[in-house]
Design a protein around this ligand. Structure first.
Ligand code: NAD
Length: 254
């Protein structure tokens, strides 16, 4: 089964690498009109060239950059159908040892970035609806850490919990206001990307001994997450909103 995103206008943040790049590539391959953005203005052009899509430098903590990205979607494709708020950073320090600047940075990228993106995307989806209930799909890439104590990575987990609950809260609020804009959080488990690789000893990602806590026995690939994101964007998930979709090979239940 292939989730149908053909002709949907999809904005993906943090798309120069990992889950975002896989999502941009898969969506473009399935016929979506993709706007791929990242704070790394050089690497995003490589992904955009692969996808034959628009690539933009975009820091998700900047409201002006969000305006530019949404304006680009409307300028080139006339509308915005989906937002994947995916940009992320990680910090492996317990909250108690973390200084305020690093705590703020984690929350700026994940929580404020998603907050600004939600407001701007919903405003555009409402503006283009012509008086009918606004439609669209917004996916916030949270993490299984949103629902864990996550010792050693607790500040990241706090930011991801805020993202996951923001998806729930905004999904309900929009539905109650008569919008048909769906908002869901994706909660990935350990996924083979530079963000995870940077935190692991060399070779650990391919060592089965490292993955005994994952019932399926291996880390996930970014393409697994991309496929789930396409499901959440597509009409196949048309009655899903305000939920957290956990995709982790069963890891969080062990
Ligand atoms: P990644 O490091 O491969 O990609 C993250 C991208 O975000 C990078 O290209 C980076 O340049 C970009 N970015 C960072 N700060 C930004 C900013 N301020 N504005 C715009 N772009 C910015 O990591 P990934 O694993 O693909 O992560 C994607 C998302 O998935 C993140 O939100 C991450 O927290 C989440 N996640 C990852 C895992 C995992 O195991 N890899 C698990 C759960 C959740």
């Amino acid at each position: 089964m292939m989730f149908d995103v053909k002709d949907k206008v999809v904005l993906v943040t943090g798309a120069a690498s990992g889950i975002g790049a896989a999502t941009a590539r898969l969506a473009a391959a399935r016929g979506a009109k993709v706007i791929a953005t990242d704070i790394d203005g050089e690497r995003i052009q490589g992904v955009a060239a692969d996808c034959q899509c628009i690539g933009l430098k975009h820091d998700v903590t900047s409201a002006d950059d969000w305006d530019n990205a949404i304006t680009a979607a409307v300028h080139h494709h006339g509308r915005l159908d989906a937002l994947v708020s995916n940009a992320g950073i990680v910090n492996y320090e317990p909250i108690i040892d973390l200084d305020l600047a690093r705590f703020r940075k984690l929350n700026q990228v994940h929580v404020e970035g998603s907050f600004i993106g939600l407001q701007k995307a919903v405003a555009q989806m409402r503006a283009q609806s012509g008086g009918a209930p606004a439609t669209g799909s917004i996916v916030l890439t949270a993490s299984v850490m949103a629902n864990c104590a996550a010792p050693g990575i607790s500040a990241y987990a706090v930011a991801k919990a805020a993202m996951a609950n923001m998806a729930r809260a905004v999904g309900v609020e929009l539905g109650r206001k008569g919008d048909m804009i769906r908002v869901n959080a994706l909660c990935p488990g350990p996924t083979r990307t530079p963000l995870l690789e940077g935190a692991m000893p060399p070779g650990a990602l391919d060592d089965p001994a490292h993955w005994t806590d994952v019932p399926l026995g291996v880390p996930q690939e970014p393409e697994d997450m991309a496929e789930t994101i396409l499901f959440l964007i597509s009409e196949e998930s048309s009655f899903m909103t305000a939920t957290q979709m956990v995709v982790d090979g069963g890891w969080s239940l062990t």
